[in-house]
Design a protein around this ligand. Structure first.
Ligand code: IMP
Length: 488
């Protein structure tokens, strides 16, 4: 006979966090939201803010991934696109900002200016080193910028006749701050670094330094480039995708599956572990058994949640799923046990059904190290959904689930063309403006929650938070009540 669990499943919305003692240096500005996204070699891949954008067509493209990494989180590029498009978006993020750059476009002295005009039009780049052969690692002989020629007059001229040859460069510098200081001293926007023989080694750009100063908490890799993740499916054909993503220097792979407690998932994790050193996040699971299964398989973090995404119809059509509060309580306890047994901490990512700061705080307090959101990020200008006007004249953003007809991501649900049914809908969410304007306020709200709970870090929140389940009437009191909000 089937087993029936008698305690009901709970949503994150049913919990509140009790205040704890806040010491004089424990207020919001002193709270750190730095968090572990996943294991990475012998250590962890850290984020400065616990935000992960969903691997969904409507949510994460290059623009969202760049903006979110600048703000301390990470974007995950969806698997439901051709592999070359997914790789091109990784390159877009990786090229966006770097410390020392070694792969920028270099010109040869005999190229006609007409060719350079076309390059500028296609790439948007405006500053180019010129080397003897046109190859990056060769003798530097000049610099050409878009200010050095006039398109109306110089199209037939050669680069050599327009480039500047009085180049100020650094020699054999491998410390980024020393390179930046020299660039500032020269008052230039660009500093080439040469070997003693005059061979171009690397370059640094002032615009990269400016971007870093504007976003001190950005998520960056060892080469000071923004972090980005990419989703893969468990299907065998995605083994080639894994190789391509790794070649494009993706920072983390995420297996995108609605049900992660499967043999397919174990096989994909093992393939990744055997063939790469990249961290891999497994999921989604909602039970302790599912967590232990993926932990045993070698996942570097585990993503949890089923049937609770904002536009998800999984529970309606399949009756499978679980309240995210209960999932996190059970899996948080399984993670603690795993840590005791294996002396190793495995991060948990809460995925789905989280669209406001209260749910984010409760999710983190119940053991999540990071929060993956679709609906929440779809609302920002930087998401991939189109801006449209609805019947009431409001500007809204399109948001469609990966299991919807529109996304046609049948592999996520182990479906084929013949047996396809929807597990999610297409709809609209309000457009709330740029993530750059709005996310800092949400970050401040989370910090304030931790301060009130008497915790200075997410680790402390996991250890010390006291949560309480609310009665229906207590929840009514926790919302706006007994006040007329209509304009008189
Ligand atoms: P949201 O933030 O509540 O909108 O949930 C986003 C999450 O829902 C994603 O990260 C996926 O895990 C999940 N999801 C995406 N598409 C579907 C779907 O079609 N059905 C069920 N869940 C989905």
């Amino acid at each position: 006979m089937a087993q029936v669990l008698k305690t009901p499943s709970h949503s994150l919305k049913e919990f509140r966090i009790l205040p704890g003692y806040t010491p004089p240096d424990g207020n919001a500005p002193n709270v750190s939201l730095k968090t572990k996204l996943c294991r990475n070699g012998d250590g962890y891949l850290y984020l400065h803010a616990p935000f992960v954008s969903a691997a969904m067509q409507a949510v994460t493209g290059g623009e969202m991934a760049i903006a979110l990494a600048q703000l301390g989180g990470i974007g995950i590029l969806p698997v439901s696109q051709p592999v070359d498009e997914q790789c091109a978006k990784i390159s877009q993020v990786k090229r966006f900002k770097a410390g020392f750059q070694t792969n920028i476009l270099t010109l040869a002295p005999d190229q006609p200016i007409a060719e350079i005009v076309e390059v500028i039009r296609q790439t948007g780049y405006t500053t180019f080193p010129v080397t003897e052969s046109g190859q990056f690692h060769d003798k530097l002989i000049g610099i050409l910028t878009d200010k050095d020629f006039d398109e109306r007059r110089d199209l037939d001229c050669r680069v050599a006749t327009r480039m500047k040859t009085d180049v100020q460069a650094g020699t054999d510098i491998n410390d980024l701050s020393a390179a930046n200081q020299l660039m500032i001293r020269y008052g230039r926007g660009f500093l080439p670094i040469l070997s003693k023989e005059g061979i171009l080694q690397t370059v640094v750009f002032k615009k990269d330094l400016d971007k870093h100063l504007r976003h001190p908490s950005e998520s960056i890799d060892g080469k000071k480039r923004l972090l980005v993740g990419a989703a893969i499916s468990t299907h065998p054909e995605d083994r080639d995708r894994v190789q391509a993503l790794i070649e494009h220097e993706v920072d983390v792979l995420i297996i995108d599956a609605s049900d992660g407690h499967t043999e397919y998932q174990r096989e994909m994790i093992q393939f990744i572990k055997e063939h790469t050193v990249a961290p891999v996040i497994g999921g989604n699971v909602v039970t302790a058994e599912g967590f232990n299964f993926l932990a045993e398989a070698g996942a570097d973090a585990i993503k949890v949640g089923m049937g609770i995404g904002s536009g998800c119809t999984t529970q309606e059509v399949k009756a499978t799923g679980r309240g995210q509060g209960t999932t996190l309580m059970e899996i948080g306890a399984a993670r603690d046990q795993w840590q005791k047994d294996h002396d190793a901490y495995l991060p948990i990512i809460a995925d789905g059904g989280i669209a406001g700061p209260a749910e984010m705080s409760v999710g983190l307090a119940l053991g999540a190290d990071a929060i993956m959101m679709g609906n929440f990020f779809a609302r920002y200008t930087e998401s991939q959904g189109n801006l449209v006007r609805n019947a009431a004249g409001e500007v809204v953003k399109e948001y469609w689930m990966e299991g919807s007809m529109r996304a046609h991501n049948m592999r996520r649900y182990a479906q084929t063309k013949e047996n396809f049914f929807e597990e999610g809908i297409s709809g609209y969410v309000p457009h709330v403006g740029s993530i750059h304007d709005k996310l800092p306020t949400i970050i401040q709200m989370l910090r304030a929650t931790l301060a009130t709970a008497g915790c200075r870090t997410i680790d402390e929140l996991h250890e010390n938070a006291v949560l309480e389940m609310q009665s229906y009437t207590a929840l009514m009191d926790s919302q706006i009540h007994d006040i007329d909000q209509r304009i008189l």
